[in-house]
Design a protein around this ligand. Sequence first.
Ligand code: AMP
Ligand code: GLY
Length: 418
Amino acid sequence: MKILVIGSGGREHALCWAISASPLCDKLYCAPGNAGIARVADCVDVAATDLPRILDFCLSTQIDFVVVGPEDPLCAGLVDQLAEAGIKAFGPSAAAAQLEGSKRFTKELCQEARIPTARFQAFTEAAPALDYVASHPYPLVVKADGLAAGKGVTIAETQEQAETAIKDVFDGRFGVAELVIEECLVGEEASFFALVDGDHVLPLASAQDHKRVGDGDTGPNTGGMGAYSPAPVMTEETTARVMADIIEPTVAALKARGIPYRGVLYAGLMLTDDGPKLIEYNVRFGDPECQVLMMRLMSDLLPALVATCDGVLDHVDLRWFDKTAMTVVMATEGYPGSYPKGTEIKGLDAAMALDDVEVFHAGTIQRDGKILSNGGRVLNITALGGNVADARDRAYAAIERIEWPEGFYRRDIGWRAL
Ligand code: AMP
Ligand code: GLY
């Protein structure tokens, strides 16, 4: 098969790494890719959101299969457009991608299918939202309704904070003029991933992310500073409940609405005293969660992705290493605020030489034989170990070998599981 992966982050590097190892993969391309991805795929200079050029490339290169990494092209209908052109693609249709693109869509689906989630109210105008936060107990969660790259959520402890969050949304800070207000759930967060082919669900694995930039979960939110899989809190019993109470009813409700879900379903969960509840869905692999899932996957990924598109996941059985994978994100000093680009990184080969270590690139470019930083999150140092402590020790030992004065990383990835 000739395969095209869409995206340029650590998630896409991990996907390309796994797909390039498949005997079914004859030729692998990635648009636009990065310096690490270039080691396993031909990078194509086309942006992940440039749908017309992606379509042109697929037709002119006779691509057999497309794997879409990020949410924006999914919500914009890339998979629908590829299907119309006769090209098989992994990822949900635009209609099904509303699970991530519209919080209101998901909350209403949960209500209809009796899926446990935070109580909510949706608003399209400021005045009723302001009335609502004047008469409900705190904390309250205010969410801009749309793709806000994780930045549209405020946990308001006071009415003043809630009012500011509401005004921010209706002043157009997130490019949308809708919001939902939710009750605040209390518990430990975990993520759960499953492949869905419209009908059948194949559970993948659990993971836990670290969203705050600083040690001890302090400082502003980021795209994720590190992750590990499995998440020890996701016991067999909890996983069975998540499947039965959350994932299966979601898949059935979407099918009943005539918008079957095909792709990877990423459930963000709160494990409360009343059992697991859905915080949100994403319609793609997590970044950096994908990196730890790929590290643990023993089976060939590619046939499972194709089976997801073909509706035959009931014939797929994936095997996993009975180990823990951890990834530590190295970011440019300044992230998630502003940061410089183009700083030189050395020592990557020395880090990769360690056993059970992979360095996935999240934001790098190669120039004159040098690897340079090219983003906020830059590298994902990923290791496999016998347990969380072992995986952590291996990942941090690899970081010791990387010379990059402008980079930083959290030193406590995995603390919840240790
Ligand atoms: P989201 O973009 O919906 O994943 O929200 C970002 C983060 O806000 C989540 O990872 C949670 O930590 C937190 N959060 C979102 N909704 C709630 C809620 N209803 N209760 C408590 N925390 C929440
Ligand atoms: N790591 C969080 C996300 O991918 O949404």
